[in-house]
Ligand binder design. Structure first.
Ligand code: 4AD
Ligand code: MG
Length: 480
């Protein structure tokens, strides 16, 4: 007998057919109605038991959280709220779940805080909220590949252990084979980290960009989609120590083309979620609306989740230069409630998240692409503009999220790049291959990095980045 998924059965028209379905018990009411979920949908299928014909000892094992299989006939449901149900003929219990223990865990119907659920890593995916997020995340990952594959990009895998610091920010996790009890020492008696990885100083990658550039300069259009690591000790709702990044890189492409690509790509994947994850997004939207109701009237958001997503897919992102943004911020009035201090000191300063939020949420009220940043606050590889002080960088800022994309046109001129590296004390011996790439048929090229979890956060409306990844890695969270 074929085993069906709950999602399939809910759409079935094959009334009276006998089917088998596996899953976990979400509730068992009146010794008669089992609500069964198998992860294929946020919904449950109702399995109706004739308890007089069933073994009472077996039914005692059908408790919240238990893993069971049901064989029964598909029938039209008498109750409201569902079209079909299963008239149960047989039940098999695979794994019991102790009701007393279960009631202390996430599986009890009462809602738990998201913080509490993070500590129940093994049971968190059984909740409606995390189940929905996981399905949306998976659909978005598929859409990412679909977009690039349809548009002539090749998927490449860049190394996770690397000798280079792509961002030059020094926020790297060291990878070492040193024996801590007997580390090699240099002539001054200090630990010789040059011996780290069988003789080479290495770290976990912060970005696959530099390696992606190598492939873009031969295959034309490539993208990476993999884990990246940042050893920054930031405890915010937007930062993880381990996150997934999508990094396209395109030859013969300048900054304008890069902005077009990023905007088109984001619209595509958000649209994909809207068309393919309706049930889950609807559930997440309801969840957010309930959350809003508990806030004071003045702080409630009026826009529902799916409307917010549709807005992004249907409207142009606003493109603004860093210099224009500074003028806007200089002329802004600080918020009376002092929640934001919009004012920025001077041209050249890096934007803080409150400045970004002001531009996106208060001033433009739509996604914003900021470009042409001061060279001094951006990475060494960005293409210097003719003014000699700004670089062809772009950041995409999203409402409620802040920076979702960071990218740039790359410095393709050998001498200019060499001077820039020298000025920043970046040793040529470490990046000789990157510099050399500019000697053999160099060309303008561009790319960007999109933080996948920030995208999932935007699409699911989740406030904390820890709630959109299965096992979040943050300074205080690496137990399991
Ligand atoms: O702006 P970033 O640091 O840019 C780069 O790494 C470039 N090499 C990308 C490129 O041009 N190929 O990071 C890119 C994006 C950010 O905009 C943000 O969405 C995400 O990665 N990101 C993080 N997400 C979660 N936790 C963190 N600690 C993140 N740091 C960056
Ligand atoms: Mg950035």
């Amino acid at each position: 007998m074929k085993t069906y998924k709950v999602a399939e059965l809910l759409l079935s028209e094959d009334f009276h057919k006998e089917v088998k379905v596996n899953g976990w018990v979400k509730s068992f009411r009146a010794n008669r109605f089992i609500a069964l979920n198998d992860g294929s949908t946020i919904k449950t299928i109702q399995c109706v038991v004739d308890f007089e014909k069933m073994d009472a000892a077996l039914l005692n094992k059908v408790t919240l959280g238990a893993a069971i299989s049901v064989i029964g006939n598909i029938v039209e449901s008498q109750g409201s709220g569902q079209r079909v149900e299963i008239q149960v003929n047989q039940i098999h219990v695979y794994g019991e779940a102790n009701p007393d223990e279960v009631s202390k865990t996430v599986l009890q119907p009462k809602r738990h805080s998201l913080e509490f659920l993070r500590e129940q890593a093994h049971l968190r995916p059984r909740t409606n909220t995390f189940g929905a997020i996981t399905r949306v995340r998976s659909a978005l990952a598929f859409a990412v590949h679909e977009y690039f594959q349809k548009n002539g990009f090749y998927y490449i895998n860049t190394p996770i252990i690397t000798g280079s610091d792509a961002e030059g920010a020094g926020e790297m996790f060291r990878v070492t084979t040193l024996d801590p009890s007997n580390p090699p020492k240099d002539e001054h008696g200090q630990i010789d980290y040059k011996e780290d990885f069988f003789g080479k100083e290495t770290n976990l990658t912060v970005s696959g960009q530099l390696e992606a550039e190598v492939f873009a300069m031969s295959l034309g259009q490539v993208y990476t989609f993999g884990p990246t690591f940042r050893a920054e000790n930031s405890n915010t709702s937007r930062h993880l120590a381990e996150f997934w990044m999508i990094e396209p890189e395109v030859a013969f492409c300048e900054l304008d083309g890069n902005m077009d690509l990023a905007e088109d790509f984001i619209k595509y994947v958000v649209n994909y979620a809207l068309s393919n994850c309706e049930e889950d997004l609807h559930f997440l939207e309801e969840r957010l609306l309930n959350e809003e109701k508990s806030k004071p009237q003045t702080e409630r958001s009026e826009i529902a989740l799916m409307e917010k997503l549709r807005f992004v897919t249907e409207n142009n992102f606003k493109r603004v230069s860093y210099t224009e943004a500074i003028e806007i911020l200089k002329n802004s009035k600080p918020n009376k409630k002092k929640k934001f201090k919009y004012l920025i000191e001077a041209w050249g300063a890096d934007l803080q998240s409150e400045h970004e939020r002001y531009l996106v949420e208060k001033h433009f009220k739509c996604p914003v692409i900021l470009f042409d940043y001061p060279a001094s606050i951006k990475a060494f590889y960005m293409r210097l503009n003719e003014d000699g002080k700004t670089v062809r960088a772009m950041d995409i800022l999203f409402p409620g999220i802040g920076e979702i994309v960071g990218g740039s046109q790359r410095e393709e001129r050998f001498e200019v790049l060499r001077e820039k590296m020298a000025a920043l004390d970046i040793p040529e011996e470490e990046l000789w291959w990157y510099l050399d790439l500019r000697k053999f048929g160099t060309a303008p090229h561009s790319g960007f990095g999109l933080g996948f979890e920030r995208l999932v956060q935007f699409v699911t409306g989740m406030g904390n980045i820890r709630d959109v990844i299965a096992f979040p890695r943050t300074p205080k969270n690496a137990e399991f």
